[in-house]
Design a protein around this ligand. Sequence first.
Ligand code: MLT
Length: 205
Amino acid sequence: TFRNWPHVFRAGSATAPVLLMLHGTGGNEEEIARLADSLDPDATVLAPRGRVIEGGMLRWFRRISEGVFDVDDVVLRSAELVVFLAGARAHYGLGERPVVAVGFSNGANIALATALLHPEAIAGVVAFSGMFPLTGRDVTADLSGTGVLLLNGRSDPMAPLASVTVLAAALAAAGAEVEQHVRDGGHGVTQPDVVAAQSWLARRG
Ligand code: MLT
């Protein structure tokens, strides 16, 4: 799937992290690649385009309604993303360099699902306005060694705190090292979120 999959790639410094940038619903790879610049201008950036279209908007997996996901599709699309990543690793000579998935909203949800289902593919996750993407599934993978930064707004109807709490517990139970920031406000990437992500990446990325 790598060959026909539209994406942005920018090589960065060898000592800076490799960031897999995953856009939200209605976003695209160019727009989310720009967020990488504010997180770490030296990062290597890989930003694929979501392969599901909903009402003309790009996203990562199908949903039944807002906040109600087609979990079978989440599982399928996560596996596709892992195949894309393997293709990109080979094509761009990334070798075994750790990849941190950074996503906003629907992009955060696919990043989290991919880390939960395929922890060997993803070293860390920065999730802006993410929630638990695998309702009804048991998480059996071992995420020890995986770092996860969860950035959420206290009043976010699209990523309700109850789901974020389930998410943080599932990640911690699987052995991930979870850092969680809950700020005032709703869905979005705020300046304090960006600062928290910068500092987390500088420590862990
Ligand atoms: C999702 O579908 O992943 C969430 O509802 C967030 C979004 O609207 O992208």
